[in-house]
Design a protein around this ligand. Structure first.
Ligand code: PNS
Length: 175
């Protein structure tokens, strides 16, 4: 047994992702996850290969802003193997959201590979609230760029950041 105590095992869960940007679907998973775990460490992937819209620093800062004042939520960036980050942060559970069957194959592969790399670390899947099961960061970016409405899809901090980054001409409803 590692230095992780029995109590620590249940205490902290890591919620990793690209969060480019965080959506209300992610926020829902974090809020509901906090009813199960004492604290959640949101782990933002630092991966220049993925060419994110928001820099790692921006993504971390947006999430920190969304959960400002919430003591049991922490946000850090990471690179390298997720399981190494989880161990370094003395956690044992990884939370992943599972929206649809299309997510399943990738999530299944990742969970099993992480289990192979370290059988002490468990992946905990959560279904998003039905109203967010169609939501993804990529769709959010596309909708914004094409002048669509993001109301109810992302926290206001994300919309503000998007507006600061790109000036998108809103389509006129009147011909
Ligand atoms: O939001 P995403 O892009 O679906 O999150 C994917 C993430 C960050 C969970 C995954 O890419 C990851 O864990 N990357 C770290 C590298 C790693 O550990 N790879 C092996 C996973 S089996």
């Amino acid at each position: 047994m590692s230095e992780i105590t029995q109590r620590q095992k249940l205490r902290k869960a890591v919620y990793p992702g690209s969060f480019d940007p965080i959506t209300n679907g992610h926020v829902d998973i974090i809020k509901r996850g906090l009813k199960i775990f004492d604290s959640i460490l949101v782990a933002v992937l630092e991966n220049p290969k993925k060419k994110p819209l928001f820099s790692t620093k921006e993504r971390v800062s947006i999430i920190q802003d969304v959960f400002a004042g919430q003591k049991n939520t922490e946000v850090k960036s990471f690179h390298g193997l997720l399981i190494d980050f989880v161990k370094k942060n003395k956690a044992r559970v990884v939370i992943r959201g599972l929206r649809a069957i299309s997510d399943f194959e990738y999530e299944f592969q990742m969970a099993l590979m992480n289990m192979k790399l370290d059988p002490e670390i468990e992946t905990f899947f959560m279904m998003p609230n039905l109203s967010y099961s169609f939501l993804s960061s990529n769709l959010v970016k596309e909708i914004y760029m094409l002048g669509g409405c993001l109301k109810g899809l992302v926290p206001e901090q994300v919309e503000k950041k998007l507006r600061g980054k790109f000036k998108v001409k809103r389509p006129s409803l009147n011909p």
